[in-house]
Design a protein around this ligand. Structure first.
Ligand code: NAD
Ligand code: AHE
Ligand code: ZN
Length: 371
């Protein structure tokens, strides 16, 4: 048993509380990781706010981290002390029915306990100093200076990559670029529309440029996002607040009949409908990335699908983390993709709630906490 510092989500809708917590060492198949940096994703805020039907409190949130292996549990063979790692909320056991099916990245080997805020043996390693158990989150809990993660949920990455940048590959970068490359499989010369130019949407834009899209339309209610989106490849910007009349009709006209691919990176179900309907008749595909609150539902006229549009979704950009994440780290280190400009704020753990304020105010793309 050791002590570490963590930001604890004590109850839904409450600010995180930074405190010392107890952390038990790794059991069989588990690894103790010292987290060096973690990004703040909108999904952390979604759960903190109480919108997540799977939200459990108290919990240590955070799922976009990078760090170093401090200790390995019994039977761990693929990692050793000193390895640099990125925790994976979508693990890769390489044995389950899902891992053996190339059509999905959704390894299910530990999904049930992960959703209950527990490690695969059904227990938690974190507790408050008075002994109250604290739940894990998405199998990662990166808002802690140290965390225990299953071996199958850690990607080993090169040791010369900076933690404060590659932590973002733990969710946002991989989700956005992967949605384009793995899920949509966008072809050269395509048109794309991206709804929501935040930490995920900008990476969709970056992915569309990488894939050779001709027209990349960004849609956001916040015009301050334009400069960054343009830098990453956006060719046209639409602010729905400035469109007179029907937004779908405007987007269909702008893209010459609708886009080949549209992406929701807002989590708003009305936006998801617009995204589906702005996809091209006959072949347009709309990919849902955004996570919607408990009880929210999507709707459209079935005729939209009858006439050839497809509605799809993606988690972690369709990436198989232990295989794909080290490659994405290489892309960053080789200059194929950019990360640095999107990390707009660096914070200490004590300032973590300011990071969520910046997210709400639309002032940050990614705020990163460095330990
Ligand atoms: P963010 O807060 O950084 O960005 C959201 C953006 O959407 C902001 O720029 C905001 O101005 C814009 N927006 C909000 N409402 C809008 C509207 N009605 N029309 C147009 N733009 C609007 O959030 P993020 O970290 O980029 O996350 C985006 C979404 O993706 C969240 O729902 C998050 O939970 C989800 N997400 C999903 C996955 C996945 O694997 N499927 C992974 C990461 C994040
Ligand atoms: N718990 C929520 C769903 C949350 C969700 O969809 N999470 C995404 C990752 S978001 C990362 O920022 C995901 O991986 N989904 C697949 C999975 O198995 O959770 C709810 O609505 O219950
Ligand atoms: Zn995320």
């Amino acid at each position: 048993m050791m002590r570490t510092r963590a930001a604890v989500a004590v109850a839904a809708g409450k600010p995180l509380e930074v405190m010392e917590v107890n952390l038990e060492g790794p059991r069989a198949g588990e690894v103790l990781v010292e987290i060096k940096a973690t990004g703040l994703c909108h999904t952390d805020e979604f759960t903190r706010s109480g919108d997540d039907p799977e939200g459990i409190f108290p919990a240590i949130l955070g799922h976009e981290g990078a760090g170093v292996v401090i200790e390995v549990g019994e039977g761990v063979t693929s990692l050793e002390v000193g390895d640099h790692v990125i925790p994976l909320y979508t693990p890769e056991c390489r044995e389950c029915e899902y891992c053996l099916n190339p059509k999905t990245n959704l390894c299910q080997s530990i999904r049930e306990t992960q959703g209950q805020g527990l490690l695969p043996d059904g227990s938690t390693r974190f507790s408050m100093l008075d002994g109250t158990p604290i739940h894990h989150y998405m199998g990662c809990s990166t808002f802690a200076n140290h965390t225990v993660v299953p071996e199958i949920a850690l990607a080993k990455v090169r040791s010369d990559a900076p933690f404060d940048k590659i932590c973002y590959i733990g969710c946002g970068v991989t989700t956005g670029i992967g949605a384009v490359i793995n899920t949509a499989k966008v072809e050269i010369g395509s048109t794309g529309i991206v709804f929501g130019l935040g930490g995920i949407g900008l990476n969709v834009i970056q992915g569309l440029r990488l894939a050779g899209a001709d027209q990349i339309v960004g849609v956001d209610l916040n015009p301050s996002k334009v400069e960054m989106a343009t830098k990453f490849g956006m060719t046209d910007f639409v602010n729905p607040a400035d469109v007179e009349g029907d937004l779908v009709a405007h987007l269909v006209e702008l893209t010459g009949g609708g886009a080949d691919y549209t992406f929701d990176a807002t989590g708003n179900v009305n936006v998801m409908r617009t995204a589906l309907e702005a996809a091209h008749k006959g072949w347009g595909e709309s990919i849902i990335i955004g996570v919607a609150p408990a009880g929210a539902e999507i709707s459209t006229r079935p005729f939209q699908l009858v006439t050839g549009r497809s509605w799809r979704g993606t988690a972690f950009g369709g990436a198989s983390g232990r295989t794909d994440v080290p490659k994405i780290v290489d892309w960053y280190m080789d200059g194929k993709i950019e990360i640095d400009p999107m990390i707009t704020h660096k914070l200490s753990l004590d300032q973590i709630n300011e990071g969520f304020d910046l997210m709400h105010e639309g002032k940050s793309i990614r705020a990163v906490v460095e330990f």
